[in-house]
Design a protein around this ligand. Structure first.
Ligand code: OGA
Ligand code: NI
Length: 334
C-alpha cells in the first residue's frame, strides 16, 4: 500500500492518468496573479485588531510577522519535515494509513477512498493536543522529530490563541469570546510534501478547498511558491516571505462570524523542477463545541446563515465527502 507514496520515487518520468484533471478543472497557471500577494500584519504594531478586521473581511488570508514563534524553531521544523519525507520507503511504510479517523498517519493525495482524481501530495497528519497524549505515537525518526515538532506545536498554539483574541475583538466581541466557544481546542498538523511533478499544468498538489476547522497557521516552504488563494474570482499566488506564517479563516470562523469572515478557497500547485514542503497547523473546535453565531452578529439585515451544530457533526460530514462535492458549509445553511 505504501508503494503509493510519491516521495518514494525520486524522479517521476510522466504523470499517471489517475492525477490528470479534466480540461475544465486544470490550474491555468499562466492566469494566476503573482504580483499581488495577501496582506501582511506585524503583530507588534499598535493597530493589530483593525488590520485583522480588514484582512479577515477582505481576503480571509494574511501573513503574520513578529509573531513570537522563534525563527530558529521555524527553521528546525522545516528541516525535520524535509528529512521525514527523505526517509527510506520501509521506514515511512510503518506509518501509512488511508483511514481519516487515525490520529497519526502518513498518506497520499487527499482522501483516497472518496476521490476520483488524485492530488500530487504526500502528507503526515498528526493530532497534537494535548501533546502528552499524542507525542509517544509520533515517528521517532528523524531523531529530533518529536522534540522539534512538539515545541513548534506549543508555540503555534500560543500564536493561535493570540490571533483568536484579536479576531474576537475585530468582530466587536469580548476578547475571549471565540476561545471560550471553541472549548478545549484540538490541534492537528499536516506536514505536506509535494514532489517535483512532470506535468504541473494538469494536476494539483492540493485541489481548491476551504479548511474545515477554525483557524489555520501555515508554515510555507521558504524557497518555493505554491499556495494560491481565490480573490474576486482570480487565483493569487502567495509569495513566501522570510519567517512569516500564513493565517487563514476556516469554515468554523465563517459560521461563528455569521459569514462576515470568509473561509476562502485555496489550493497548492506543483512545480516541475522543485519539490515543496509546507506545515499546516489546524486549530479545531473541541468535538462538542456548539457552532452558532453570537446574537450580536445576527441582525434584521443579516439573519443567521447557518443552523447550529456541533463540530463533531461537521467534521464527520467533511471527511465523508470528496473535495469536489458541494461545499460542506452549504449543508449546514439555516
Ligand atoms: C492545507 C493547505 C496549502 C499548502 O494543508 O490545508 O491548504 O500550501 N495547504 O500546502
Ligand atoms: Ni487548506
Amino acid at each position: 500500500m505504501a508503494a503509493a507514496l510519491l516521495s518514494n520515487v525520486t524522479d517521476h518520468a510522466s504523470l499517471p492518468s489517475s492525477y490528470v484533471r479534466p480540461e475544465s478543472q486544470r490550474p491555468c497557471l499562466e492566469e494566476v496573479i503573482t504580483n499581488a500577494n495577501i496582506p501582511t500584519i506585524d503583530l507588534t504594531s499598535f493597530d493589530v485588531v483593525a488590520q485583522v478586521a480588514h484582512a479577515c473581511s477582505s481576503n480571509g488570508f494574511f501573513q503574520v510577522v513578529n509573531h513570537g514563534v522563534e525563527v530558529e524553531l521555524i527553521r528546525e521544523m522545516m528541516e525535520v519535515a524535509l528529512e521525514f519525507f527523505r526517509l527510506p520507503a520501509e521506514e515511512k511504510a510503518k506509518h501509512y494509513s488511508d483511514d481519516p479517523a487515525k490520529k497519526m498517519r502518513l498518506s497520499t493525495s487527499f482522501n483516497i477512498k472518496k476521490e476520483t482524481v488524485r492530488n500530487w501530495r504526500d502528507y503526515l497528519r498528526l493530532h497534537c493536543y494535548p501533546l502528552e497524549e499524542f507525542v509517544p505515537a509520533w515517528p521517532s525518526n528523524p531523531p529530533l522529530f518529536k522534540e522539534v515538532v512538539s515545541t513548534y506545536c506549543s508555540e503555534v498554539r500560543q500564536l493561535g490563541m493570540r490571533l483568536l483574541r484579536a479576531i474576537s475583538l475585530s468582530l466587536e466581541l469580548e476578547e475571549d469570546y471565540l476561545v471560550k466557544v471553541l472549548g478545549e481546542q484540538e490541534q492537528h498538523m499536516a506536514i505536506n510534501h509535494y514532489p517535483k511533478c512532470p506535468e504541473p499544468e494538469l494536476t494539483y498538489g492540493l485541489q481548491a478547498h476551504t479548511d474545515p476547522n477554525a483557524l489555520t497557521i501555515l508554515l510555507p516552504d521558504p524557497t518555493v511558491a505554491g499556495l494560491q488563494v481565490l480573490k474576486d474570482g482570480q487565483w493569487i499566488a502567495v509569495n513566501p516571505q522570510p519567517n512569516a506564517l500564513v493565517i487563514n479563516i476556516g469554515d468554523q470562523l465563517q459560521a461563528l462570524s455569521n459569514g462576515r469572515y470568509k473561509s476562502v478557497q485555496h489550493r497548492a500547485v506543483v512545480n516541475k523542477d522543485k519539490s515543496r514542503t509546507s506545515v499546516a497547523s489546524f486549530l479545531c473546535p473541541c468535538n462538542n463545541a456548539i457552532i452558532s453565531p453570537p446574537e450580536k452578529l445576527i441582525t434584521d439585515g443579516s439573519p443567521a446563515m447557518y443552523r447550529s451544530y456541533t463540530y463533531d457533526e461537521y467534521y464527520k460530514k467533511f471527511w465523508s465527502k470528496n473535495l469536489d462535492d458541494v461545499h460542506c458549509l452549504e449543508l449546514f445553511k439555516s
